[in-house]
Design a protein around this ligand. Structure first.
Ligand code: ATP
Length: 260
């Protein structure tokens, strides 16, 4: 008599929630008072998963910059909480907040914000130098980033000797070199032509795919948002849509609800 041994089916693997790079709960920000009171954010709840490229979109005045500035610890919310890399930002002193940003957050701005008297390489190292980190530990990452960004042969140039696209690539290298928990990019392609924009957006997306970076980008442009994994749409200080890997049609419908 033969006996058949049956193996019990494997237990389902526990499903762990994705790690969060940043969260906001009940986030509110008003400006002014009385007749001039503006509700820039009216109670925003948001989870930004780590290792994703998220775009924040919405009409002018909808609160995109305010949301990014509150998430990045650059602006003080008037209500609610923000946590970045597991650290609650409310209650941190200005000094502690500055240190926290220096150690955990990278920034890419529309206007590049490079220091004109420093070379590209000096600009890239500046934030990690201010944070007192050793170049030796970061050298491999630095080499990989400047090679990927195609600026390895431009490192001794000053910003004025570089094109807009090259300056933005230097700014991206500066944001990435310390391996921050999150990179905030505020209209990073606003000053670039379409070719340079496509390059910059590809590099930002590549940093997510290849370096596991978390990137959050404010943009007006559908073409730019198409590079993101997720899109958050704001209107009048509230989130109206959270789209995961949206199609172009999903995005257009979310941005123009009346036309959907
Ligand atoms: N420092 C400030 N003082 C007063 N009002 C402000 C301030 N900053 C923003 N606001 C107001 O808050 C609202 C949201 O502004 P915010 O800049 O966040 O919008 P946005 O979506 O980024 O706009 P845009 O796309 O035009 O940059 C607007 O009504 C704006 O006028």
């Amino acid at each position: 008599m033969s006996s058949t041994q049956t193996t019990p089916p494997p237990a389902p693997a526990p499903r762990s929630a994705p790690a969060l790079a940043a969260t906001a709960r009940g986030l509110a920000r008003t400006y002014g008072r009385g007749d001039t009171l503006v509700h820039a954010l009216r109670g925003v709840d948001l989870d930004l998963p780590a290792g994703r490229f998220t775009a924040i979109m919405g009409p002018s005045g909808s609160g995109k910059s305010t949301l990014m500035h509150c998430l990045a610890g650059l602006d003080q919310p008037t209500g609610g909480t923000v946590s970045v890399a597991g650290q609650a930002l409310d209650g941190l002193s200005d000094d502690a907040l500055t240190r926290f940003r220096r150690d955990n957050v990278g920034f890419v701005f529309q206007a590049f914000n490079l220091l004109p008297m420093l070379s590209a390489e000096q600009n890239i190292w500046l934030p990690t130098e201010l944070a007192g980190r050793s170049r030796t530990d970061l050298r491999d990452r630095f080499e990989r980033i400047v090679t990927t960004l195609g600026i390895a042969d431009r490192l001794s140039h000053r910003p004025a000797e570089l094109s807009g696209g090259q300056q933005q690539r230097v700014a991206i290298a500066r944001a990435l070199v310390g391996g921050p928990a999150i990179v905030f990019a505020d209209e990073p392609t606003g000053n670039l032509d379409s070719t340079a924009s496509a390059e910059v957006l590809s590099f930002l997306r590549g940093s997510v795919r290849e370096l596991g970076q978390t990137v959050v980008m404010v943009t007006h442009e559908l073409e730019a948002a198409a590079y993101a994994d997720d899109v958050v749409v704001l209107a009048d200080g509230r989130i109206t849509h959270r789209l995961v890997e949206p199609t172009a049609a999903d995005l257009v419908a979310a941005l123009n609800p009346a036309a959907a």
